[in-house]
Write a protein that binds this ligand. Structure first.
Ligand SMILES: CC(C)CCC[C@@H](C)[C@H]1CC[C@H]2[C@@H]3CC=C4C[C@@H](O[C@@H]5O[C@H](CO)[C@@H](O)[C@H](O)[C@H]5O)CC[C@]4(C)[C@H]3CC[C@]12C
Length: 864
């Protein structure tokens, strides 16, 4: 135990590494202690590559040749014939860019990610479709004036781009650092030789349990200026923004800019609207500032962001303000781009401080997905309308409400940051910063159309789902991608892990997702299609099974589910069980009885479907000899620790739910299955130390799987796992977790990289498949949560710490945590959903701290 604590302590130094090039002593204005901090001059030494076909080991090539050929044919048809983007592009994986910081914007209105060096570099305005492009002209520039003379003017960027040569680039990164504690981030710039420190605080309205402001496509930038000189200064900050996102559409012509001023309720804002007039999904960007008597706001409606761009530079340098012409700019001719600038100035007394406030908003109220079949209305339109004229009022609202947002954010984060359970620093950063994916997961949050019928008019015999569930009507529809590179919405086997963030922070959205999945369970799509792994054709969606995902944003999500076509997931063993387990966990945490009543028939239906996987009738399901579960590249045969464990846990919660709905007969039926299934599980899989990977009897069936206790994890997260609702003997779970800690964690990569998915008992990673020697960060956080539930808190923290430090401090993958990495060289699928499971650790910590008598509903309420 001592050793664990020591390593953990020493590990804290890693943050120091990210700051080793920082030369200033200034620590900025109001920057919190906890979070992810990096000097703008930092360079990550290790440069990893995305997993490619060439990385498949020789021993695994044979198993994948068929898939490889079929994928290639499918890819060719998709990209060259249909001219569409494949949902997974094996030949177009994003190279690793070690640049990302916290995204801007609330949930589901589109996102613009800024890099930690300040660049505007990752765009998701078209719903679910990412576009990675740094727009050079999008910058903040500072102008310092003393006694009516400009003494310093600098673009706050360390870049020295080949364009815009009339601007003063190349700010020295050693004088600045970035600090992220999502949903806020700070950049502290000390201005060398000027005795001035600027702190830019970036605030997005991502507020737990708030279903209004959290939907707004806005972000605020608050600039705190500290003047440590003995003389007064006039300071202006200029915000420049191109009309567009660095996409080729920016030059398609017809875009125009327009200055505006809006005054209401005694508060005024002004700025520039940048109308982006594309035929599909048009939008308006807006840069704005709060007007105050002692602040001067000025603008440049339009400038061309090419050439040297010296005009704008001299405009500002002359008097610290911009020309401020009236009237709109003409529409851009084809081939030309346009940009706008907004400057705000104030005086900062000697040894004093002052503040400037800007915001960025984008208004794309109506969206169509790739198929363009239907129009969807974004959630925020409920409050700001669908006309596309909301930017001024969005800006006004953001600039007059951001303080309240910050208050709520601080109240929510305080108990964790204040170290209630002596939590380590890295964990506080991980917990909040990993939350970026709820917003930057290609997330859409829409209104349910009046004519929509979630259950497709299909009712099960004993009642079934309402056509328009009240939760979806009131709280809208929510979808987030499996990953920015794995473009499928609400991938359910993965959401199982990630769902902890939603159920703990926005429980209504978690339930809304469940209603959509339940609606899809009762539907079918008999269209036959080829599945790439098996090479066989089968229907797109079978009835009474949980879908893999609810569709591809480049097609028509919700309407056409199961974009994933590698396997026929109607035959997957984990999806149905993951639905049942989530239903009960959600009920336990929300105490929503209507939800339980609505989901109960669906749970029964999917459990009945699942029962067909118990071919020998021993009460335990069998895997089918291929990768028929979330580890979709790792073959599993016969009863297995992972799916068998999920099955037993599901039987257990079915008993519990049967009791709650007063259905004794069903309780008995599942109790009988549970008794027989547990005995079979024990007999077939327990080896005295841990549960074997599977019971195939292959050489590798006794591999140690890091995720072998997933079923038990969910029982514990649901307040079960003991007494009447115990599916696994306590001592066996503890022994299994200890084996995983000793082997998958401590015997892998020096105990510094989390838990490898599969480990051989002799201490070498299981290399029998393309996924067994990977580390899945989201699985590791779930494993850590299980350890915490079982009283192995030090081990859990140590396990999770390895992943955080690897991803955020060593590999430069901040705000793009991947699905997987291997010990050396490669990673797979950047910006992935599963790591949101870190919130399961928080639930475990909360649960283990709370008095046994505390009602579960209060765990969520206390996060509120
Ligand atoms: C003949 C060549 C030398 C060999 C070529 C082989 C390649 C074409 C394949 C080798 C490995 C395959 C990939 C393995 C994993 C994948 C992940 C999967 O999607 C999601 O994965 C999650 C697990 O990470 C899972 O939980 C989710 O449910 C899935 O939606 C999609 C396929 C693939 C990328 C797979 C593709 C083909 C190979 C690269």
């Amino acid at each position: 135990m001592t050793e664990i604590l020591c390593t953990s302590y020493c590990g804290e130094k890693s943050t120091g590494d990210l700051m080793s090039r920082y030369v200033s002593k200034e620590m900025g204005y109001g920057v919190p202690k906890e979070g992810w901090r990096i000097c703008l001059a930092h360079e990550f030494k290790e440069k990893r590559k995305p997993f490619q076909a060439k990385d498949v080991s020789l021993s695994n090539v044979w198993d994948h040749i068929g898939l490889g050929i079929r994928y290639l044919k499918w890819w060719y048809k998709k990209t060259q014939v249909e001219k569409k983007a494949p949902f997974i592009d094996m030949f177009g994986a994003q190279p690793l860019r070690q640049i990302y910081g916290a995204p801007l914007g609330g949930i589901g209105g589109g996102t613009i990610t800024r890099g930690w060096r300040g660049e505007f570099c990752r765009w998701q305005l078209r719903p679910g479709m990412y576009h990675y492009k740094t727009v050079t002209a999008n910058q903040f520039t500072v102008c310092l004036r003393r006694g009516g003379q400009t003494v310093y003017q600098q673009v706050l960027s360390v870049e020295r781009p080949p364009t815009l040569q009339g601007w003063n680039w190349g700010y020295c990164g050693e004088y600045a650092f970035y600090h992220a504690l999502y949903p806020r981030a700070w950049t502290v710039y000390h201005l060398p030789g000027q005795n001035v420190t600027l702190t830019c605080r970036q605030v997005s309205p991502v507020i737990p349990h708030d279903y209004q402001d959290s939907s707004l496509p806005v972000a605020v930038f608050v600039w705190d200026i500290e003047n440590k000189n003995d003389y007064d200064l006039d300071v202006s900050i200029m915000f420049t923004m191109v009309n567009g996102s660095g996409h080729k559409d920016d030059k398609s012509g017809g875009h125009w800019n327009e200055p505006f001023h809006l005054e209401k309720e005694g508060e005024a804002v002004s700025g520039v609207l940048l109308h982006h007039c594309t035929t599909v999904n048009p939008y308006t960007l807006c840069i704005a500032a709060r007007e105050q008597p002692d602040r001067e706001v000025s603008h440049q409606t339009a400038f061309s962001p090419k050439g040297t761009c010296s005009g704008l530079w001299s405009d500002l340098i002359t008097d610290g303000r911009l020309d401020s012409p009236t009237g709109s700019s003409p529409p851009t001719p084809k081939g030309e781009k346009v940009a706008a600038a907004l400057a705000v100035g104030c005086s900062v007394p000697a040894q004093g401080h002052n503040t400037l406030e800007f915001c960025l908003t984008w208004d794309m109220p109506k969206i169509t997905f790739g198929s363009k079949e239907r129009e969807h209305i974004r959630r925020y339109t409920r409050y700001f309308g669908t006309k596309g004229d909301a930017s001024p009022s969005l800006s006004h609202y953001a600039l007059t409400h951001y303080r309240q947002w910050e208050k709520s954010i601080e109240e929510w984060q305080r108990p964790v940051l204040q170290d209630r359970y002596s939590l380590p620093s890295w964990y506080k950063s991980a917990l909040f910063n990993e939350l970026y994916f709820v917003v930057d997961g290609g997330t859409v949050w829409t209104e349910l159309p009046e004519d929509a019928d979630v259950s497709g008019g299909v009712r099960s015999e004993d009642g079934g789902l309402p056509a328009q569930p009240a939760i979806i009507k009131e709280y809208g529809r929510f979808a987030y991608l499996e990953g920015q590179e794995y473009r499928m919405y609400n991938t359910y086997d993965v959401h199982f892990y990630a769902s902890f963030a939603l159920i703990m922070l926005w429980p209504k959205l978690a339930l809304s997702v469940q209603y959509d999945i339940a609606g899809s369970v009762v539907q079918q799509d008999p269209t036959e299609r080829l599945h790439l792994m098996s090479g066989r054709c089968s229907p797109v969606k079978a009835k009474n099974v949980v879908p893999h995902d609810i569709g591809d944003p480049d097609d028509e999500p919700w309407q056409r589910v199961n974009a994933y076509l590698i396997h026929d997931t109607a035959d997957w063993k984990d999806l149905n069980l993951k639905f049942v387990l989530q239903v009960y966990r959600d009920f336990h945490l929300t105490q929503d009885r209507q939800y339980l009543r609505d989901m109960w028939p669906i749970c029964q239906a999917v459990m009945d479907s699942e029962l067909k996987f118990d071919l020998d009738g021993d009460g335990l399901i069998e895997n089918s000899g291929y990768a028929d579960q979330t580890y979709d590249g790792w073959t599993v045969t016969g009863p297995s620790a992972y799916c068998g464990g999920l099955w037993l846990a599901s039987l257990c919660v079915m008993c519990k739910m049967a009791r709650l709905v007063d259905n004794e007969e069903t309780n008995q039926r599942f109790r009988d299955l549970l008794d027989r299934g547990s005995a079979a599980f024990d007999k077939l899989l327990w080896n005295g130390k841990y549960y074997n990977y599977d019971s195939s009897g292959r050489d590798l069936s006794n591999s140690v799987m890091s995720d072998q206790c997933a079923g038990h994890w969910f029982l514990r997260a649901s307040g079960l796992g003991e007494g009447e609702y115990q599916a696994f003997p306590k001592e066996k779970i503890q022994s299994a977790l200890k084996s995983v800690f000793d082997l998958n964690v401590m015997s892998f990569a020096g105990g510094q990289m989390g838990a490898v998915n599969g480990m051989r008992p002799e201490g070498v990673p299981d290399r029998s498949s393309v996924q067994s020697d990977e580390v899945w960060i989201g699985v590791v956080y779930g494993l850590a949560a299980t350890m915490i539930h079982e009283g192995m808190r030090e081990e859990g923290m140590r396990t999770a710490e390895g992943c955080y430090r690897t991803v955020w401090e060593r590999l430069g993958m901040a705000f793009q945590t991947p699905e997987a990495y291997c010990e050396k060289g490669i990673y797979r699928s950047l910006a992935y959903m599963r790591p949101l499971s870190i919130w399961a650790m928080q639930l475990a910590l909360d649960t283990s701290q709370k008095d046994q008598t505390t009602s579960p509903g209060r765990i969520i309420a206390s996060m509120n």
